[in-house]
Design a protein around this ligand. Sequence first.
Ligand SMILES: NC(=O)c1ccc[n+]([C@@H]2O[C@H](COP(=O)([O-])OP(=O)(O)OC[C@H]3O[C@@H](n4cnc5c(N)ncnc54)[C@H](OP(=O)(O)O)[C@@H]3O)[C@@H](O)[C@H]2O)c1
Length: 228
Amino acid sequence: MRLLILGRGKTGSLVAEAAAERKHQVRVAGAKENPACAALTPERLHDIDTVIDFTTPHAVVAHIEACVKAGKNMVVGTTGWYRDIDRIRGLVEQRGTGFIYAANFSVGVNLFFDVARAAAAALRHDYSGQIFERHHVHKKDAPSGTAIAIQQAIREASTRNEDLEITSFREGDVVGLHEVVLESPADRIYLCHDAKSRRGFAEGAVRAAEWLAGRKGFYDFKDVWREL
Ligand SMILES: NC(=O)c1ccc[n+]([C@@H]2O[C@H](COP(=O)([O-])OP(=O)(O)OC[C@H]3O[C@@H](n4cnc5c(N)ncnc54)[C@H](OP(=O)(O)O)[C@@H]3O)[C@@H](O)[C@H]2O)c1
C-alpha cells in the first residue's frame, strides 16, 4: 500500500518503521510539511491509498475533514477528538470512504477491554470500582482515550448508569499504564495493562490500514481486531 503517515512524533515515527517493515511505500508529513493541511489536498493525496494520523487533538479533526473530502481511507490513532465523532461518522458515510479509529491500536489493550467487560459483573455484587491511568508528562489529553474506552466498556457491560471515576497521573516517560481496581468489603481485584513500548500501537495501526483496504464505512478497532 502507499501510506501517508501524519506525525513524526514518538508514535508516528514507529508507525512509519512498522509500515516499511511490512513492505508498504511510506511517506511522512510532520507539522512543518502540513501547515493548514497543505499535505492533504486532493492533488497531494492522489497517489496515496491510506492516511494514518498520529498527531495532536488540536490538529486531527481538520486532517480527517481534508482526507475524507479527498476520498481517502484513514486510520486515526490520535486521541482527544471524540466529541466530534458523530459528525465525522456522518461525513465518512456521506463521502463513502473507509475510516478506522482507536484510542489504542494495541491488540493486548483490546483484549484488556474484554477482560474489563467481564469484570464489570462485580459491580452487581457489592463492588465499587476505579480506573487509574499513567502516562508520560508530554501527553496532551487527560484522561487518556484508552481510560475512557475502558470506562465505556464497563458501563456498557454493567447495568449501572454512573461511570467509574478515572484518575490520571502524568509522570516520567511512562508509555501507558491502565488499571481497573474493583473493591468489596471482602477483597480487591486488580486488573492492569502496562505497555512496554509503543511498538504494539504502531503495528496495530498498520495492520488496521491493511484490513481497511478496499472497505468503506466507519469502524472502531475494538470491533475488528480479531479479524486481523
Ligand atoms: N491509538 C493509539 O494506539 C495511540 C498510541 C499512542 C499515542 N496515541 C495518540 O497519538 C497522538 C500522538 O502521540 P505521540 O505520543 O506520537 O505524540 P508526539 O510525540 O507529540 O507526536 C505528535 C506529532 O504530531 C506532529 N504534528 C502536529 N501537528 C501536525 C500537523 N498539522 N500535521 C502533521 N503532523 C503534525 C508533531 O510535529 P512537530 O514535532 O513538528 O510539532 C509531532 O511530531 C496522541 O493523541 C496520542 O494520544 C494513540
